[in-house]
Design a protein around this ligand. Sequence first.
Ligand code: ZN
Length: 481
Amino acid sequence: MRVDDDRTRVMGARIRHFRSRAGLTLADLAEQLGTTASTLSLVENGKRAVRAPEMPGIAAALGVDVVDLLSEDPPDARSALELELARLQSGPQFGALGVPAVRISRTLPHDALAALVRTLQELDRKALEATATPEEARRANTELRRWMRGQDNHLPAIEAAAEEIVAVAGHEVGALTHREVALMAEHLGFRLLHVDDLPRSTRTITDLEQGRIYLPPSSIPGGNGLRSMALQAMAHRVLDHTPPSSYEEFLRQRLEIAYFAACCLMPERQATDFLTDAKQRRDLAVEDFRDAFGVTHEQAALRMTNLLTAHHGVRVHFLRVGADGEIHKAYENDDLPIPTDVTGAVEGQIVCRKWVARRAGHRGNRTTENHQYTDTVGGTFWSSTQTGSGPHGAFSITFGVGFDDAKWFRGRATRQRQVSTCPDESCCTRPPAGLADRWAEAAWPSARMHTQVLAALPSGRFPGVDDTEVFEFLERHAAMD
Ligand SMILES: [Zn+2]
């Protein structure tokens, strides 16, 4: 609707532009076209659309080609401002003001027009900022996650765009090198520059005019974070992104650039070949895939969610969980019962204590993955978890599948098995009765404030305090005395 309105306005402006260039009045042109001046005026003001059969006649009368009418560019700077004002005045932000719209005419002074456009653009931008509240962000995020689930987390158009650019760099197998990333950037007309004074609120900045992508300095020589960051910056150009007009669009662009970077680092054909081979040998493992492409465990696990359903028919789950059991990121299309809040958001929800995503943290072994079968209310699942630690604390990365698909994975023979009855509180959120009887009256913990803003607080008598952990702690230490 909006797009059609914009097109109608641009075409009207182009017709007026060509008419005055041809030295014709409204009445002159109307007569030639066998219509009235008032109808033609509606067309020029973007209030009436030109139908396709009318176009050749209009173009001929103006001495231009039909393609000149169809161009989506405003005919000149003045028209560009007028069109932008018309667009802004027809938008919801302006409507909400209850201020009468300014009549757009040639008599409106240029500087007043420019100031008005700038002011209304700023109003739109402020409104966009204001809608990006945590609630709005969560809602938009949930929508996007549901949409991706419907696509089996696979976006063929971005896969194809990445494949094309990776071929330009001559990349064949293994890890994409910094040199190849630089070649890809060069092909797109960019130079990669490392600087140490990027604003705190930015990861990268692209100078579209000078063709430069500014990246932070490489803190770890050869660290692969920068390849991904450079690829994400380039992706905005490759994927034809324009400044986002809503928070949803902002999130979708973020998802798309991350997806594009993953496609470049683990190209579809090479990655699929690798996974096909491993699956045939019944030896699929995130760690092997990770090492073959020189990426992080998280990048590898996420990439497997992009490919395993679409190309290998295996439905999967992925979780990134923090030290307190809070979900940072989650994806499933295998029906793993991931906890959600009432809005359907998963971020900050606490996963079951019985899941390997939380149990792996206690083992402290990061050289290999931890495997486990978990019986849940949604069926039995096999999962593989790797733990790590970052600037925001410890976390675990879990990748898994339903019981029937475990046979393709290394670690399927694990004897580790847990029963989870979550969301039933007696599963793991309510302290065991024996411990509660023993310690409820005697325990007085002091809560540590959470850094994860989105994290839901464990419920207990003290907000933010996990009673079970407190009671177990007291029990352990009481036994030592
Ligand atoms: Zn549980």
